[in-house]
Design a protein around this ligand. Sequence first.
Ligand code: 5GP
Length: 234
Amino acid sequence: MTGTSWPGESRVPEEAARSGSGDSRPPARSPEEARASTGPTGNRLTVLSGPSGVGKSTVVAELRRAHPEVWLSVSVTTRKPRPGETHGVEYFFADGDEFDRLIACGELLEWAEFAGNRYGTPRTPVLEKLAAGVPTLLEIDLQGARQVRATMPEALLVFLAPPSWEELEKRLRGRGTEPEDVIARRLAAGRVEMAAEQEFDMTLVNTSVQDVCHRLIALMADAPEASRPGRSPS
Ligand code: 5GP
């Protein structure tokens, strides 16, 4: 994140050392997380997850456009920007050393390695938004969703599923932004993610971006009822 000031810094290195995919121990739950996973107005943290290529970022882009009242966490990644991606908008792009520093300083709520790159959620902005009662959404992978489940059990975990496996493969290849070996790694990760659907509170099938957004907003607005398990084609 060279050249970008960081919004708030917590410093809990011993806690951070237990986070992330490189360690099987559950991440520690700080008092702030315990308090913040349900905000004062009843807004809960919502996590959107699902296999790479399913369309999470398209859904998030549509949410940004149509529902500016929802705050979307901007993750940090060591992945290189794709054409059209802007530092601070889709991601904060960081090098490996910077990412190490964020872990060591306890600045990541969760983090994971995915298809050869690392991704993490900045902790402080999420806790601040929840404390202020702002509906807050994380778009993260399965490993990250599991960490959030462990540290903030009240969070609503939503799984975005493709209409079919063939469709997922088609979308991933059709993006045309990754070489074949990266696509293969993402498909392998996708199989693992698809097998974990039952760990989530709710599944939305991505047949239409607008419908998924509509249902997601309804779930976030009505989180307690929405957390009943179920599968819902959009
Ligand atoms: P992409 O490289 O396609 O933008 O993202 C690859 C994967 O990383 C996606 O499944 C996306 O949801 C996930 N991801 C993005 N940000 C985060 C994050 O902050 N934490 C975790 N655990 N996964 C993330």
